[in-house]
Design a protein around this ligand. Structure first.
Ligand SMILES: [Zn+2]
Length: 342
């Protein structure tokens, strides 16, 4: 009788551990799997002579299998079929910024994540495009209008790699949105990587992604000036993303002989007049410019002088405050633009 009671208690604990494991795995996949493995170990079944050995092997397989799947297979597996199309969505998030990129091989990438309360909107948008996994999440710099939604994105969607800009120790922020992003990544079992100049290990077989950062000689007390610049090229076309980089950073990146030419330029710092200098525009030489900017923003952006410079060069300008979400697609040769006002 006492043996039966012990068995019932063990079964109860095992069921609780397995259920808790399923719940936990949505927060931290490794903790969840360890919990399920512990549940199997505690379970008194199967009762036959080698039952214990079977449970130990099964638990070990679950733990090792999960680790290998998440670390070794998932990050490299294209979760959707290759489309042959590179499609960039410049989301309309008011005075905040986020770009969602569908890569030609079925992978996807998120650059920035809007403000603190916009993470769920970003996740809904990504899911509405048919993606349940973000391969690469790059944060250009940790100001709230770029990193704000990151902790929600990390909590609500599995992410392959999280990449942040390098910055000097005195500029590392002690803000809620920065701390909560690091915590959310840790809960997911992710290490936040620091980008470096020339990083190109996100590239696919038929497209290239190169990240640019200022060099060691660069000193500036503005965090914007340490924004990641990201160039994605596919076939004969290229896109450049600049975060909130200003003229000082642009000059530093140019001095490092970065290949900045792009057909589509995401204009730096929401169209402010401290960014997108003459030399930079000449270097990028875009046909299209996209400005992430809020309606009637208090800084009166985009700056009129910048708009006339872009117009003077014959560059077609799209603005999220007037055009809504801007979607720029290419097959590697032709570029097409659509705009969606929500
Ligand atoms: Zn910004």
């Amino acid at each position: 009788m006492r043996r039966r009671t012990k068995e019932n208690i063990r079964t109860g604990i095992a069921v609780l551990l397995v259920l808790a494991g399923f719940y936990l795995q949505s927060i931290n996949v490794y903790a969840g799997m360890l919990c399920i493995a512990a549940g199997i170990l505690v379970c008194p079944f199967p009762k036959r002579a080698k039952g214990k050995a079977v449970r130990i092997i099964l638990s070990a397989l679950i733990v090792i299998g999960t680790y290998l799947f998440w670390k070794g297979i998932l990050p490299y597996y294209p979760h959707r079929d290759a489309t042959g199309t590179l499609r960039v969505h410049y989301l309309d998030l008011g005075q905040a910024e986020c770009e969602f990129i569908e890569l030609p091989d079925g992978k996807c990438m998120l650059i920035d994540s809007g403000e603190l309360d916009q993470g769920s909107r970003v996740v809904s948008y990504v899911k509405s495009c048919g993606y349940t996994y973000i391969d690469y999440f790059c944060i250009t710099h940790p100001h709230s209008d770029h990193i704000g939604g990151a902790h929600t994105v990390l909590a609500e969607m599995p992410v392959g790699r999280v990449i942040l800009n390098p910055m000097p120790a005195n500029l590392v922020p002690d803000t809620y949105c920065y701390r909560s992003t690091l915590e959310a990544a840790q809960k997911r079992g992710k290490t936040v990587e620091t980008a470096y100049y020339g990083q190109n290990d996100l590239s696919g077989s038929d497209y290239s992604i190169v990240i640019y950062t200022p060099d060691e000689t660069f000193v500036n007390d503005d965090l914007n000036m340490y924004s990641l610049m990201i160039r994605i090229s596919y076939g004969k076309t290229a896109y450049l993303f600049t975060g909130d980089a200003g003229i000082a950073e642009e000059e530093n990146i140019i001095s490092q002989h970065a290949d900045l030419q792009a057909d589509v330029l995401k204009v730096g710092h929401h169209g402010s007049n401290d960014a997108t200098g003459y030399a930079f525009i000449a270097e990028v030489d875009p046909a299209y410019a996209v400005i992430s900017v809020g309606k009637e923003n208090k800084n009166y952006l985009p700056h009129g002088k910048l708009l006339s410079i872009l117009e003077g060069r014959g560059i077609t300008v799209y603005r999220t405050d007037m055009d809504g979400t801007v979607i720029v697609s290419t097959d590697g040769y032709r570029i097409s633009v659509e705009t969606v006002i929500q």
